[in-house]
Design a protein around this ligand. Structure first.
Ligand SMILES: [Ca+2]
Ligand SMILES: [Ca+2]
Length: 94
């Protein structure tokens, strides 16, 4: 969990990538590959072409949305607690 939170923090610190192969997109994708709750949520709302795959652009959009949702105190970072709370929120609501 700590490693994953660090990944989210790292991704949040990066500016928006201009290329689809930017490292931040790869990180965004790993967040969802590691956690089926987030993956289901991301596919439900961000799989825009409905192929049940999260393409780099879709993963980036979903990760951005998740960070916005999870960052409860709006300090631009997602702590482990914030991550856990957001995950539980998604699990309960979606
Ligand atoms: Ca897709
Ligand atoms: Ca925060």
């Amino acid at each position: 969990m700590v490693g994953l939170a660090a990944l989210v923090l790292l991704a949040a610190a990066q500016p928006l990538p201009t290329a689809a192969s930017a490292p931040v997109t790869e990180q965004a994708r790993r967040i969802f590959e590691k956690d089926w709750v987030l993956m289901n949520w991301a596919l439900k709302f961000y799989d825009t072409d409905r192929d049940i795959l999260l393409e780099p652009g879709e993963a980036e959009a979903a990760a951005q949305a998740f960070r916005t949702m999870a960052d409860a105190n709006h300090d631009g970072r997602v702590t482990t607690d914030e991550y856990r709370a957001a995950r539980e929120f998604i699990l309960a609501r979606y």
